[in-house]
Write a protein that binds this ligand. Structure first.
Ligand code: G3H
Ligand code: ZN
Length: 275
């Protein structure tokens, strides 16, 4: 069933929900299958690359259709948007949740635009994620520096904007290929103690399995994972092509990568559901 973040958070307050970046039908279907097998909710997210690659209405239709048919709650979320117009377009395309990423803006500007997004989205039943501090990228071609979140700023941002969840920077880095991030659990606790809004951790491919479980136990509510599914899909596709050098039918070639994405998503979700 298609739902927004608030419904998922209220139904599952005890552990973090996995949010996966999705780039098309194959990974979306594989992630929903993983969630159904585990009987757990999941969040499908379209990031900026996906939105550049495929028109939002197409992505929206693929993800909302799969969500509506799913036997578990599925949220369809726009990830890392820096544009109010794109957010409006996503909501028109059926997304049930959006992130305004003002992490590279001065705080006043970040608050002002995030608040505008909240004022637009909330009356429509759409949940909104904001970001305070900045989670950087391991890819040097992406201009986004790491700025750790100060607990006082998180409180001020959450109260000023009324976001439904808040992305914080506590040591993760986007697009790491190894699970080697050095997390600041003390900082997370300080933020958690001050802020009641659900907290989001970005760049979670780089988080060790034991730390993923610990994040879930420490009050993080949404764990964003992208690179590890992209690696699972891409590496398995490469293997399938090497093993079948004469194959050209992509529906056949996609079978093993879809299974790999499903397996990886299940493994990450099991790591978070610590009960
Ligand atoms: O917003 C998406 C995530 O932060 C994904 O990060 O690709 O490093 O797992 P990741
Ligand atoms: Zn992110």
């Amino acid at each position: 069933m298609l739902t927004n973040l608030n419904t998922i958070f209220s139904q599952h307050p005890d552990y973090a929900i996995a949010a996966f970046n999705i780039f098309g039908y194959e990974d979306a279907a594989a992630v929903v299958a993983a969630a159904e097998e585990l009987k757990e909710p999941v969040i499908l997210m379209a990031n900026r690359d996906a939105v550049v690659h495929m028109p939002l209405p197409v992505l929206g239709k693929i993800m909302t259709h799969l969500a509506e048919q799913a036997s578990v709650p599925v949220c369809v979320h726009l990830d890392h948007s820096t544009s109010f117009d794109t957010i409006r377009e996503a909501i028109e395309a059926g997304f049930t949740s959006v992130m305004f990423d003002g992490s590279q803006l001065p705080m006043e500007e970040n608050i002002a635009i995030t608040k505008q997004v909240v004022d637009y989205a909330h009356p429509l039943g759409i949940s909104v994620e904001g970001e305070i501090g900045s989670v950087g990228y391991s890819d040097p071609s992406i201009q986004a520096k790491t700025v750790f979140t100060e607990p006082e700023d998180a409180l001020f941002f959450a109260e000023s904007t009324k976001v439904d969840c808040l992305a914080v920077s506590i040591g993760t880095v986007h697009r790491m290929e190894q699970q080697a991030a050095n997390l600041q659990f003390d900082r997370l606790k300080e933020i958690r103690d001050k802020v009641s809004v659900p907290l989001v951790i970005h760049g979670s491919t780089g988080v060790a399995d034991s730390d993923l479980t610990k994040l879930s136990q420490s009050g993080a509510m949404k764990i964003n994972i992208g690179t590890s599914l992209r690696m699972a899909f891409g590496k398995t596709l490469r293997k399938a092509m090497e093993e079948n050098p004469n194959a050209y039918d992509r529906i056949k070639l996609f079978q093993e990568p879809m299974k790999a994405v499903c397996q990886t998503a299940k493994m990450k979700m099991q790591t978070l559901q610590y009960k």
